[in-house]
Design a protein around this ligand. Structure first.
Ligand SMILES: NC(=O)c1ccc[n+]([C@@H]2O[C@H](COP(=O)([O-])OP(=O)(O)OC[C@H]3O[C@@H](n4cnc5c(N)ncnc54)[C@H](OP(=O)(O)O)[C@@H]3O)[C@@H](O)[C@H]2O)c1
Length: 280
């Protein structure tokens, strides 16, 4: 992957579909005014890719805001995810219809399985393949799949996921899984790219922030960009939404990249997929 030069640069998925490398996450924004302010600001500063989920309970609000905006459908890239309780063949198809209606779309850009489920594993994926064949979605993928989940999926799948959205930030760099995904042409999409701000006081980030006259958050997002991840920071704060886009006019050296990666502690801020997995 070539490092994107602007916020709207796209990266190709394995099926040739182009996806913006840098998108906007809307987890936990469920209040219309807050979401409206955030999405309007995000559109104004150049975001075109929006990441929601059935679980976030804001597909309808996001759909309405984007519908009312002046942006053409073809210029937007919308992702949603099938919730754990909605997995299985019938439920996936049924709730996908609802999501599509809530988002006011006739075709979705990217549909993801939110968490791996032992019980519904293959049936959910069968529905995903059908939606893809029917051109209801332009790309299909998963979230939070470990290597063993993907190896299991491979035994029956007709097509493999184009994306795996996983927790990645300097405290959880996921080297082994990322290498596996690269080898298997599955794009890495980093969720919680700022570790919800928990990393921002690290001295190395402060040091680089002074060197480049950037904030620690901008340094971390630049690290995500140069790691070739797709990444989707969230903010409800207009100034931060803009701040998070100003990462394209400087470059970290390999040594600086490695120093940031050495903050790794294999620390998850979200659930461990192997612990959620047996229960859903
Ligand atoms: N697939 C999955 O299982 C999964 C799980 C979790 C998240 N996600 C996706 O990933 C997206 C991003 O993850 P996330 O929202 O959990 O965490 P995140 O993007 O790492 O961090 C968001 C938090 O950081 C703050 N922040 C944003 N920009 C900042 C800046 N420049 N300086 C300081 N603080 C800043 C935000 O505060 P304010 O909002 O107050 O500005 C917010 O509290 C989600 O919105 C969702 O779309 C997917």
């Amino acid at each position: 992957m070539n490092v994107s030069k602007t916020l709207t640069d796209m990266v190709p998925l394995s099926n040739g579909i182009q996806m913006p490398q840098h998108g906007f996450g809307v987890y936990k924004i469920t209040e219309m005014k807050e979401l409206e302010r955030a999405v309007h600001k995000a559109l104004e500063v150049g975001y075109r890719s929006f990441d929601t989920a059935q679980m976030y309970q804001n597909e309808g609000l996001l759909g309405e805001i984007l519908h009312q905006s002046s942006f053409a459908r073809k210029d937007l890239f919308i992702t949603t995810k099938i919730n754990n309780g909605n997995q299985g063949y019938d439920q996936t198809l049924f709730t996908f219809e609802q999501s599509l209606a809530d988002l006011q779309l006739s075709q979705l850009d990217l549909l993801l399985v939110h968490w791996p489920s032992e019980k519904h594993f293959f049936e959910t994926w069968r529905a995903f393949e059908q939606l893809y064949e029917e051109k209801m979605v332009r790309a299909i993928g998963v979230c939070n799949f470990q290597m063993h989940h993907l190896e299991k999926l491979k035994t029956k799948a007709n097509m493999m996921p184009m994306v795996n959205q996983i927790e990645v930030h300097p405290y959880l760099i996921q080297t082994e899984l990322r290498e596996y995904l690269n080898e298997n042409q599955i794009a890495v999409e980093a969720w919680r790219p700022l570790a919800r701000g928990k990393i921002l006081n690290e001295p190395i980030l402060e040091e680089l922030s002074q060197r480049y006259n950037k904030t620690p958050a901008q340094i971390v997002l630049r690290w995500q960009l140069q790691q070739d991840s797709i990444f989707i920071p969230k903010s409800s704060t207009p100034a931060r939404i803009e701040e998070n886009t100003n990462i394209y006019e400087f470059e970290l050296t390999m040594e600086e990249m490695n120093k940031i990666s050495s903050l790794n502690k294999n620390l998850r801020t979200g659930p461990d997929p192997d612990k959620v997995y047996p229960t859903i």
